[in-house]
Design a protein around this ligand. Structure first.
Ligand code: GAR
Length: 196
C-alpha cells in the first residue's frame, strides 16, 4: 500500500478531492494531513475524514528533522502539496527524492516564485491581460515552483473574467486533474523499489 501525506495551508478543497478519489483504492491511501496553520479548513477536513493531522511550526520544519522521522514512522512514501505555502526544506526534498508533487494555479514558468500563490496569481494574470491560464503539476525541488513539470491543463480567460471567476475555473481544473495525475505518478514511480 502506498501512503500519501497531503501538505496544505488553507481551505483544503484539493485535499478533499484527493481523499475522495483514493477512498477505497486498492493500493493508495491518504495516511496523513500536514498543516502549518492552526484552524485552517483542511484541519477540519482531516478530523471529519478520520485522517491524522500533524500541525507543524516553523522552527521544527526548517531547522529540525523530527517531522521527517514522523513521516517515515507513518510509512509515508509520497508527499502531495495542495495549497501548501511554505518552501520545502532541502532535507525533505532529499528524504523524498522524486516523491513530492505540487500543484500551482498557473501555467509555469509564468507566475511562479515567492509570493505567487492563490489569489495573488489570479490577480497578476488578469492584470497582465492574458487570454489563458491553467494549472501545473510538477515535482518539487529546492526552488519555488521549479521542479520538472508533469502535467498542465489550460482554460480560456474571457473579457468579463475577474480574479475571482478565474480562481473558480482554476479550482475546477485542479479538482478534475490533480487526483488522477497523483495516482498515475505514484503507479509509475511504484516500480522503483528500494528508494530509501
Ligand atoms: C490551489 O489553487 C493551489 O493551486 C494553490 O492554492 C490553492 C489551494 O486551494 N497553491 C498555490 O498557490 C501554491 N503556490 P485549496 O486549499 O482549496 O485546495
Amino acid at each position: 500500500m502506498h501512503c500519501i501525506a497531503i501538505f496544505a495551508s488553507g481551505a483544503g478543497s484539493n485535499a478533499q478531492k484527493i481523499i475522495d478519489h483514493f477512498r477505497g483504492h486498492p493500493s493508495i491511501k491518504v495516511g496523513l494531513i500536514v498543516c502549518n496553520k492552526p484552524g485552517a479548513g483542511v484541519t477540519r477536513i482531516a478530523e471529519k475524514e478520520g485522517i491524522p493531522c500533524l500541525l507543524i511550526e516553523k522552527e521544527g520544519f526548517f531547522n529540525g528533522d523530527t517531522y521527517i522521522k514522523e513521516l517515515r514512522q507513518r510509512k509515508i512514501d509520497f508527499i502531495v502539496l495542495a495549497g501548501f505555502l511554505w518552501k520545502i526544506p532541502s532535507a525533505l526534498v532529499q528524504a523524498y527524492p522524486g516523491r513530492i508533487l505540487n500543484i500551482h494555479p498557473a501555467l509555469l514558468p509564468k507566475y511562479g516564485g515567492k509570493g505567487m500563490y492563490g489569489m495573488h496569481v489570479h490577480r497578476a494574470v488578469i492584470a497582465a491581460g492574458d487570454r489563458e491560464s491553467g494549472i501545473t503539476i510538477h515535482y518539487v525541488d529546492e526552488l519555488y515552483d521549479h521542479g520538472q513539470i508533469i502535467f498542465q491543463a489550460r482554460c480560456a480567460i474571457e473579457e468579463t473574467d475577474t480574479p475571482e471567476t478565474l480562481a473558480e475555473k482554476i479550482h475546477s481544473l485542479e479538482h478534475e486533474w490533480f487526483p488522477k495525475v497523483i495516482g498515475q505518478t505514484i503507479e509509475r514511480t511504484a516500480d522503483l523499489q528500494n528508494w530509501r
